[in-house]
Design a protein around this ligand. Structure first.
Ligand SMILES: *Cc1c(COP(=O)(O)O)cnc(C)c1O
Length: 304
């Protein structure tokens, strides 16, 4: 299992590539939560999300081992992160995206210099096609979450929260495939086991909550949620045991909660935080937590 040692190594590796993002606060949110809420602003990260952390940690090590051509299957933030770091490190990247991919995201990937291939509509189809390309091209697959180097990279968010927020009581993290929360929970529980780590899923994409309840990974039907980064239909084989060990609880939020949080960030804090990141704040407000840190996948952390 991954430890804080791998996270610290990742932090050193990422030092020159990723931003140490600020934590933001809002008096209005603090009043609602009756707590001091700190928003870890990964929406201000390079390429617009924390995905650059895991991707950089993984790709740097792949390059040391001789990789020249990278493949990823993602229409969203992971695809952009792999395309960006490939260019920085002088590697080729091919990103497999869905037939019906969002045009803006596709353009961002192309602008980072990656080749784009359209294939299928589900993530299973894309990953299968990416694996064929790996064989044909002798390329290296960079997975979105289920990988120790990816998890270690995402976990650097947790290390930063502990150095930026004084004595957090609860750290609240959005959950898709579970890479971010696995890394963050490893950081928090290794250093401050008394701090609670709470995961947030949309009601319509509660595969991890159900899996914890059942004691094994379960799959749900394709999730219909505005939080497109949280649509995974089952937790990862590698992330799930880490979540079982380190995460205290998974809570769910409605689509309406997520929309309201998005509007709150925009209108009150002047921050554009995508729904997947905004999903953590309704929980902070609702529970009247004492102290919190929330990442805004941006994620929230809370502290008194
Ligand atoms: C990928 C992503 C998530 C979910 O992360 P996982 O590691 O898949 O759990 C949440 N928010 C945003 C913005 C993302 O890009």
């Amino acid at each position: 299992m991954i430890t804080v040692k791998e996270l610290n190594e990742a932090r050193v590796r990422l030092h020159n590539t990723v931003h140490v993002t600020p934590v933001l606060t809002s008096n209005t949110l603090n009043k609602q939560a009756n707590a001091s809420v700190y928003i870890k602003s990964e929406h201000l990260q390079k390429t617009g999300s924390f995905k650059i952390r895991g991707a950089t940690n993984c790709v740097m090590q792949a390059k040391e081992q001789g990789a020249e051509h990278l493949i990823a299957a993602s229409s969203g933030n992971h695809g952009q992160a792999v395309a960006y770091i490939a260019r920085e490190l002088g590697l080729n990247a091919t990103i497999v995206i869905p037939e019906d991919a969002n045009a803006a995201k596709e353009e961002a990937i192309r602008n980072y210099g990656a080749q784009v291939i359209h294939f299928g509509t589900t993530s299973e189809e894309r990953i299968a096609h990416a694996n064929e390309l790996v064989d044909q091209l002798g390329a290296t697959f960079i997975p979105p979450y289920d990988d120790t180097q990816i998890i270690a990279g995402q976990g650097t968010v947790g290390l930063e929260i502990l150095s930026q927020v004084n004595n957090p009581e609860v750290v609240v993290v959005p959950v898709g495939g579970g890479g971010l929360i696995s890394g963050v929970a490893t950081a928090i529980k290794s250093i401050h086991p008394e701090v609670k780590v709470i995961g947030v899923e949309p009601v319509n994409a509660d595969d991890t909550r159900r899996s914890l309840e059942q004691g094994e990974r379960v799959s749900i039907d394709a999730a219909n949620t505005i939080a497109d980064g949280l649509r995974a239909s089952t937790p990862g084989a590698m992330t799930f045991p880490i979540i079982q060990q380190h995460v205290d609880e998974i809570v769910t939020v409605s689509e309406e909660d997520i929309r309201e949080a998005f509007v709150f960030y925009l209108s009150r804090m002047k921050q554009v935080i995508e729904p997947s990141g905004a999903a953590t704040s309704p929980h902070c407000a609702r529970e009247k937590l004492h102290t919190m840190a929330a990442t805004s996948s941006s994620l929230p952390a809370a502290a008194t």
